[in-house]
Write a new protein. Sequence first.
Length: 283
Amino acid sequence: MPASKDRLRWEGLPEPVRALIEELAGGRVTSATNCAGGYSPGLASQLDLVDGRRVFAKAISSEDWPIEYAMYVDEARITTRLPSGVSAPRLIGTASYGAYLVLVFEYVDGREPQHPWRPDELERVLEAITAHPAPDGLPTDFPRLGGWREARDVPGWDRTHLIALEDRGLEVVQGNELVHGDLYPHNILLGAEQVYFVDWPHARRGSASLDVIALPSTAAWHGLDPEPYAAKHPLTARLDRDDLSAILAAHAGFCMKGAGPGPIGEYKQGLGLAALEWLRARS
């Protein structure tokens, strides 16, 4: 996924906000490297500190980006509650100055998976997705799942059938496990020995099988068959065949609802059509 062209940079932050980040990080910043992926307009930068340490910082203004600001608030709240076994960078601290909210994380040395997916990297990431109990306070709704009532028609598909599948999928995905809810390559870092999952504002209480179903659709877009990966993963192998298809249909509905012009709309359309092809192959 390409980076946001309008993303904030370290030099563009107000001086008091930079000072606040340095206070949380515990040292003066000597250089900043923007995160390469994602669509967020806020700061997302690796910061090198004067003592040789590194941290990762995010910052955003509620005046300029109120919707994204709310996501940062959710991310700060959820990240501090993640179970200890979840492979995610630790949140060092968060604070606000005026309209700005800043989050400072420990730095983890990793890179996004290659695009298109390499089969070995996809297998590695899927192996790292395991079930964890959902922390208290997570929502149980799934606004990033479903959408066939609003999505445009897709040739060769009956909307009524897709809506029925999606409704079933929204029921099947209920549960008591931690769901990342936005598990795509730009929210994954491959370290030398560990896979890290980042950006948790959309986390939910439900069935972690959703993450295992959503992720391979990004590989299906570029020709990899997702079915063998889903068939052998413990979280999806436990599902009834029709239930897996129902969750897949709901995932495709969300993507196709957001399909349209522009980088985000084109990305969602690609994911949605790939998910539909996977669904067709399962019929």
